[in-house]
Write a protein that binds this ligand. Structure first.
Ligand SMILES: O=C(O)C1=C[C@@H](OP(=O)(O)O)[C@@H](O)[C@H](O)C1
Ligand SMILES: C=C(OP(=O)(O)O)C(=O)O
Length: 440
């Protein structure tokens, strides 16, 4: 089987069930969120940073290509998963005319690069993506950057990309930013704030969703030598500072790991993920805790995490607020029908504006398999399934739909995943790693 990237659009992949308990050790590619933060920070630092265990997927390719288009020198070695970035100490390279940056459907690239190019002293930039990206809101970030002195607008006044920026540097000052659509706006401002002309005081108005990603941003900024001051419950101050170039090892992707941790919960046996630890920067590493609540045994080692479902162990459903790790909604939704009681997933309304309307997509595909599900605006309740029927799963150009629903194929004979190549957004060799897990 080739890597996800090799698939043709609309190809269908049949998942082969496993007939014995799993017993596998799995290596997961680098984190998307950490890779794209590290690339941005390294570009802003002065001198050459070497990033290791870099994720090579659509989202990171777009990010790297955009940095190259802007004028950064990247030494890319995909075989050793290493990228060396020569940073320019906050001076964004000059260019003539309009610079077009294409970000596909990478939310992190769209949001982080919008703030990043706003640091340029001069120059016109246009950031655009695939049609779905043109439906993903960015107005709150545009408003915040305007407040900080940037000339920026949503080109078609839709509040979504394409975004036009006439750069003249980031002035800094006070800004309030809503946190109820995406945490990526706040991360974008925090990451670039050290290079504003004046200190930046940021206040989050209203609730902040996906909060662990802000901790990740803060912790990574600290790892590269920049301090973010917490000035209140929901406020931050970043003064003028410089990132320090360094060698940096990127953690395995915890959201990508969730499918493999969930596999033994469905098929029985155990799966160990190497190099993912309890000290992870990623909130999604806590997904294992949900499986533990459902009845699995979880072991954290110095350099691994392992999930086991013991022979005869019955899973129980859980009632969870998944706001802090909403990328794992699809994974939990795939485990839930195998529990003996219902699972309720709450406070995830914002996943309707991601790669697809994820609540609706999950509910629709679970129903195809014969699962009883109740859908509401910001959540769902999944009933235990007495019997699952095989189906061809629509994946909505959403990598997480493809990866999570593959889990059903571990026990259902004849389960098919449509357009499996969409996994290339964050995990191009997903199906190779999945097949290998089943074979071990
Ligand atoms: O900052 C990040 O790296 C991310 C933040 C989250 O998005 P939201 O803050 O939009 O929920 C998450 O879903 C996304 O996959 C990555
Ligand atoms: C929501 C996701 O991606 P992004 O917002 O970074 O495009 C994701 O990877 O599940």
């Amino acid at each position: 089987m080739g890597s996800g990237k090799a698939y043709m659009d609309n190809q269908i992949l049949k998942i082969e069930p496993v007939h014995k308990p799993l017993n596998a050790t799995v290596e997961i590619p680098g984190s998307k969120s950490i890779t794209n933060r590290a690339l941005l920070i390294a570009a802003l630092a002065e001198g050459r940073s070497v990033l290791r265990n870099v994720l090579f997927s659509d989202d990171s390719h777009y990010f790297m290509r955009c940095l190259q288009t802007i004028g950064y020198q990247l030494e890319i070695d995909e075989t050793s998963r290493t990228v060396a970035v020569t940073g320019t100490g906050g001076q964004i390279p000059k260019h003539e005319g309009l610079l077009e940056l294409f970000v596909g459907n990478a939310g992190t690239a769209a949001r982080f690069l919008t703030a990043f190019v706003s640091l340029a002293e001069q120059g016109s930039f246009r950031i655009d993506g695939i049609p779905r990206m043109r439906q993903r809101p960015i107005q709150d970030l545009i408003d915040a950057l305007q407040t900080l002195g940037v000339r920026i607008e949503s080109e078609q006044q839709t509040g979504c990309p394409p975004v036009r920026i006439e750069a003249k540097g980031l002035q800094g000052g006070r800004v309030s930013i809503p946190g109820n659509k995406s945490s990526q706006y706040l991360s974008a401002i925090l990451l670039t704030a050290p290079y504003a002309k004046n200190p930046v005081d940021i206040e989050v108005s209203g609730e902040l969703l996906s909060a662990p990603y802000i901790d990740m941003t803060k912790r990574m900024m600290e790892q590269f030598g920049v301090h973010v001051e917490r000035t209140g419950n929901a406020s931050y101050r970043v003064s003028n500072q410089m990132y320090q170039r360094r060698e940096y090892i990127i953690e395995p992707d915890a959201s990508g790991a969730s499918y493999f941790l969930a596999a033994p919960a469905i098929a029985g046996g155990k799966v160990k993920i190497t190099n993912l630890t309890q000290n992870s920067l990623q909130g999604d590493a806590k997904f294992a805790g949900l499986l533990e609540q459902m009845g699995c045994t979880v072991r954290w080692g110095a350099d691994f995490i392992e999930v086991e479902k013991k022979d005869g162990q019955v899973l129980t459903g859980i009632d969870v607020d998944l706001n802090e790790m909403s990328d794992t909604t699809m994974t939990l939704a795939a485990v839930a029908p195998f529990a003996s009681s219902p699972t309720t997933i709450r406070n995830i309304g914002h996943i309707r504006i991601k790669e697809t309307d994820r609540i609706h997509a999950v509910v629709t595909e679970l129903r195809k398999l014969g699962v009883t599900v109740e859908e509401w605006e910001d959540g769902m309740r999944i009933e235990p399934a007495k019997q699952l029927t095989p189906a061809a799963i629509d994946t909505y150009d959403d990598h997480r739909m493809a990866m999570a629903f593959s889990l059903f194929g571990l026990t259902i004979e004849g389960l098919e995943i449509k357009d499996p190549g969409c996994v290339s957004k964050t995990f191009p060799n997903f199906f190779d790693v999945f097949a290998d897990m089943c074979k071990q």
